[in-house]
Design a protein around this ligand. Sequence first.
Ligand SMILES: Cc1cc2nc3c(=O)[nH]c(=O)nc-3n(C[C@H](O)[C@H](O)[C@H](O)COP(=O)(O)OP(=O)(O)OC[C@H]3O[C@@H](n4cnc5c(N)ncnc54)[C@H](O)[C@@H]3O)c2cc1C
Length: 266
Amino acid sequence: MEFWIVINKMTPSAQGLVEKCSELALQRNLSPKVLCFEDDRFENQAAVRDELLARYIQSPPEAIVFERSHFFADVAPAFAAIIGKGITADCTELEWSDEHGLLQIRPTYGGRKIAVNRSVSTPYIATVRQGVFGKRGLGLNDSALETLETARLVFSGGLGLRTKENFEKLSMLAKACGAKLGASRAAVAAGFADYNHQVGQTGVSVRPEVYVAFGISGAVQHLSGILGSEKIIAVNTDPKAAIFDYADYSLIADAEEVITTLLCNA
Ligand SMILES: Cc1cc2nc3c(=O)[nH]c(=O)nc-3n(C[C@H](O)[C@H](O)[C@H](O)COP(=O)(O)OP(=O)(O)OC[C@H]3O[C@@H](n4cnc5c(N)ncnc54)[C@H](O)[C@@H]3O)c2cc1C
């Protein structure tokens, strides 16, 4: 039987998902099959659903894992509904259980709890957050291929940066240090950064070795996108900021001053 891995493009993030799912497939003597739908225009959703359905009718797989994107966030549940199966959206981990098959693991309650979902029948269907297996397939010298989701180092700014000019300084610092630039939703709403930099529940999830939050309060919607980071460093003027509860290193300081000092020494 097959284990389908459904992606839009072979990005480093998708490559990580393909490698992870291929390992899972081989652990159960399943054949991994990558289905790549490069054209992700809205009007093609029906065509992609039909294509999946035709393949499914011909030979149902044991598992179907979609890389989450705006496109598959619509297509995957619609497809699951058509074939009358359940789906777990937004997984951050997948693993086999001898008793329950493919466990679909995802954060819940704004990242404060982890839900382990199991399906009562096959195929197991899940969407997986972009980037959660994204570091796989990247060698030490592959930093040019990194995206925000797969970056080892992320510098993010929040409303505490106060101006777009300060955000530009942060961007320069990130470039100088080989970090990717992230932003809180409030910073994006204030026009300091574009949406594609937004980290959190409605942005991207990151899993860097080090995540540095400058002037970010630590709302649950932001935290849910950063808790996969190995180390979190927070810079904030408010000693009671929630982000400090999750930070490995806390710096109670003015973010602009810290950025300017680091930039002078970068
Ligand atoms: C459905 C929904 C989805 C959401 N999705 C997301 C999401 O994906 N990502 C996201 O980030 N948010 C998201 N939010 C918004 C979230 O709730 C917060 O409003 C947002 O994260 C706050 O951004 P912030 O920390 O930059 O701003 P604020 O909460 O205003 O915090 C600014 C911080 O800067 C500090 N500060 C002020 N001056 C300085 C200074 N000079 N130096 C250092 N620190 C300073 C302050 O003490 C404060 O802690 C979502 C909200 C909802 C309802």
